[in-house]
Design a protein around this ligand. Structure first.
Ligand SMILES: [Zn+2]
Length: 173
């Protein structure tokens, strides 16, 4: 098959593509080189080692980023002010990812919980206390950082989030 006809048949497949839940194909991640500058994270990582939390704030829109960002995507300004944050957080959103083992066909449930650290305006994916049934999670669930015994100065120093007692009351109608 010539290159020309190959491309034509690929176009044809794309137009008639049937949307399903699975996508056949391969993505060779190893063939890409990623360069990620983390020098802006240094104060943040040093504080983590001391079991303290900081975010960086954009001087233009006053948003606080946790984990810190190199550039505010809204203002295109480098956030350069460090803000201390409390060790409490809230569940911002969550979902359950279902994966099927290709060999056994067994379907596995994996919770993905997005957390917003109190005092920050952004969210990050984190782990809940292992004894907690993730099906009990709800938006606004109060949490507290559970530190690793030995910290190394990385995001992994937050081992998981403990669940705090919720003093919010349901509105009675
Ligand atoms: Zn901004």
């Amino acid at each position: 098959m010539s290159k020309q006809t190959q491309r034509k048949s690929m176009d044809y497949i794309k137009k008639d593509y049937v949307r399903t839940r699975t996508m056949p194909g391969k993505w060779y991640l190893a063939s890409y080189t990623f360069k990620f500058n983390i020098t802006h994270m240094t104060p943040f990582l040093e504080k983590l080692k001391q079991k303290k939390l900081v975010g960086n704030e954009c001087r233009s829109c006053n948003r606080v980023f946790f984990p810190p960002r190199l550039v505010c995507g809204k203002c295109m300004v480098k956030p350069d002010r460090w803000v201390s944050l409390r060790d409490t957080a809230q569940v911002a959103t969550y979902t359950i990812v279902y994966t099927k083992d290709p060999e056994t066909g067994e379907v596995l449930e994996k919770p993905v919980v997005c957390i917003r650290q109190d005092g920050s305006d952004t969210t990050h994916i984190a782990q809940l206390e292992p004894t907690i049934d993730f099906k009990d999670a709800y938006i606004g669930m109060p949490l507290k950082v559970h530190w690793k015994d030995v910290t190394t100065g990385g995001l992994g120093d937050i081992e998981y989030y403990d669940v705090l007692e919720d003093d919010a009351k349901d509105i009675k109608i």
